[in-house]
Design a protein around this ligand. Structure first.
Ligand code: ADP
Ligand code: MG
Length: 578
């Protein structure tokens, strides 16, 4: 093969692959341009998840007629002229690539008018080829329309996720930018429905509520921190609001949304040990740092940044969050009271464990922690449980039972999860799901993003006995719940289900049911720290005996620790003594 220079079109399409790989990245580039243009109003309109139609209109400074063609050509920017400026970037854009890239993989229409111009000019770009300018009458500002994205790179189309997923990303993007720029009036319309709107009141709380709902917003504490070259503003969740993934950790650096794994890790670390394993906080932070101390030119979509003094930024983030958390004193509730009546923030499960370990460590004997014993646990033949005799409940969290081969310590929450899950799945498979109508339907308000997920999964929920209906924008009513779940908060269960779907975007049909069931049962199962009546304890034990896989909860954690007669004998030194 001989070496040839690529045509401009192919070169742009290759470059486009780096800048725009899906509809949401187009929206991001267009929004960033509008912000750079000093707009106080930005309207985003989407059709078919952005595949067919994306329009971003702003009332910013506009582009002079004679520069329109330049704006859509590669490496043309008004934001950068000298190399030194590259290390002191004050705008969101600077590479002059976005419009050229987008124009090479779509039908792009650019209409713009500056304050000193009587009419606007319109430029159409089709797969990288410009048509002659036309005059049109519109208000001051810029309107960019992108139609049939990737029509000429069909391979790229194949990589797009389901519409619901692409749309969800766009909603997430726009609401987050709205939060970062609360003085701008934002609106987002998808397929003709106004999905999100803000007033430009500079009030971040207003947008936070639209994003997380009024209920969750109550668990978000404002943060204000400044130190040397670093200022941090934003919101952090108290310990009662957590997620099963890190998607609700949102970080902006100098007005730029970054999805930087190391910075995210710094945030999670600040919560270290305060949250249960596998739980993540909800955090929205806006970092301000002198622009010459951040390199924003290290990532194709500018999603990651590099700090001149990374340690300073990371430790600043951690100090800010820790300070915020310390300032917060939790309101005591029944669940946070442990066995000794002392108030604790830690879930009872761990606090009990710690006390046990502390006690055993104090004694002069060789300490035997629960964990140590668990690792010595002897495998039992078969998975079924033998018949067990209930001894009682310990620490309102564990059941103690005796079997033919020793002692069983059963985690009541994990065990109940397993029992509920088996019952729910058995009913589902036999198509005998029974559900009960709630006397008062329970309203659930979600962020637009989460609402979209729930809406798409209403059928799955219904097949498991949850009758949920869309009630208003982003609001649902829970009308019926499965009969087998008669305790716990249905709303919490539903929120957990949405979390689960958020983590995995395209679950298989059957997996979806099992996944929902597992989440629901987690939310509905008795918790550690709840005392159970004797009949309740007995029935839990009976049901667990009936299970096909009684030894783990649906998430794979153990439901029980078995201390065989053998282990007991050894630990008490009975074996050797004989
Ligand atoms: P960059 O933002 O990196 O400069 P773009 O390709 O996104 O590159 O845009 C090219 C140029 O077009 C910008 O530098 C800017 O001058 C102009 N431009 C693009 N969008 C707008 C807009 N919404 N309002 C005003 N000017 C714009
Ligand atoms: Mg740009």
């Amino acid at each position: 093969m001989t070496i040839k220079k690529l045509s401009d079109t192919i070169a742009s399409q290759i470059a486009a692959g780096e800048v725009v790989d899906r509809p949401v990245s187009v929206v991001k580039e267009l929004i960033e341009n509008a912000i750079d243009a000093g707009a106080s109003e930005i309207q985003v309109e989407i059709q078919k998840a952005g595949r067919e139609f994306i329009r971003v209109s702003d009332n910013g400074e506009g582009i002079p007629h004679e520069e329109l063609e330049l704006a859509v050509s590669r490496h043309a920017t008004s934001k950068l002229s000298k190399t030194e400026e590259l290390f002191d970037i004050k705008t969101l854009g600077f590479r002059g690539e976005a419009l050229a890239s987008i124009g090479s993989v779509s039908h792009l229409t650019l209409i713009s008018r500056q304050a000193n111009e009587d009419v606007a000019a319109k430029l159409i770009v089709d797969g990288g080829v410009n048509s002659p300018l036309q005059n049109v009458a519109v208000a001051i500002g810029t309107e960019i329309t992108v139609e049939d994205l990737f029509y000429n790179v069909p391979a790229r189309l194949k990589f797009l996720r389901k519409d619901i997923t692409e749309a969800k990303h766009i909603t997430g993007l726009v609401t987050r930018y709205a939060m970062a720029y609360p003085h701008i009036r934002w609106s987002l319309t998808q397929d003709g429905n106004l999905e999100f709107q803000s007033t430009g009141s500079k009030n971040r709380l207003e947008i936070l509520q639209a994003l997380f709902g009024t209920h969750e917003t109550k668990s978000l504490m404002p943060l204000n921190f400044s130190e040397k070259d670093l200022a941090i503003e934003g919101f952090i969740s108290d310990l009662s609001l957590t997620r099963s993934n890190r998607k609700d950790i949102t970080l902006f650096v100098n007005g730029r949304w970054v999805q930087d794994p190391t910075l995210t890790a710094a945030v999670i670390k600040a919560y270290n040990t305060m949250l249960m394993v596998g739980r993540y906080p909800v955090v929205v932070l806006f970092l301000t740092i002198p622009t010459n101390l951040v390199d924003v030119n290290v990532h194709p979509t500018k999603a990651e940044v590099r700090f001149r003094d990374q340690d300073h930024v990371f430790s600043g983030v951690q100090r800010a969050i820790r300070r915020g958390l310390l300032a917060y004193t939790p309101i005591p509730d029944l669940n946070s009271l442990n066995l000794w009546g002392r108030q604790t923030q830690a879930p009872i499960l761990t606090s009990f464990n710690e006390q046990w370990q502390a006690q055993t460590a104090e004694s002069t004997q060789t300490p035997i922690g629960v964990e140590a014993l668990a690792t010595q646990q002897e495998p039992l033949p078969g998975t079924h449980l033998p018949l067990l005799r209930l001894v009682g409940q310990v620490a309102s969290t564990y059941l103690v039972a005796e079997g033919p081969d020793g002692l069983y310590l059963i985690d009541q929450h994990a065990a109940h999860e397993r029992v509920l899950f088996d019952q729910m799945m058995a009913q589902y498979r036999a198509s005998t799901v029974s559900s009960q109508k709630l006397i008062d339907a329970i309203p659930v308000e979600l962020s637009p993003e989460k609402a979209g997920i729930l809406e798409a999964n209403l059928a799955t929920m219904a097949s498991l006995g949850f009758e949920i209906e869309l009630f208003g924008p982003n609001t649902f009513l829970i009308r019926s719940i499965p009969t087998i779940v008669d305790r716990g908060d249905p709303k919490d269960a539903i929120l957990a289900v949405v979390d689960a779907f958020e983590e995995d975007e395209t679950p298989l049909e059957n997996e979806a049911q099992a996944k929902v069931a597992a989440r629901v049962c987690k939310g509905m199962a008795v918790k550690g720290g709840q005392s159970l009546t004797e009949p309740e304890q007995r029935s839990l034990l009976l049901n667990l005996e009936a299970s096909q896989s009684p030894r783990t909860c649906p998430h794979g954690r153990p439901t029980m620790i078995h201390l065989s007669a053998n282990i007991l004998e050894r630990q008490f030194g009975r074996r050797g003594a004989r």
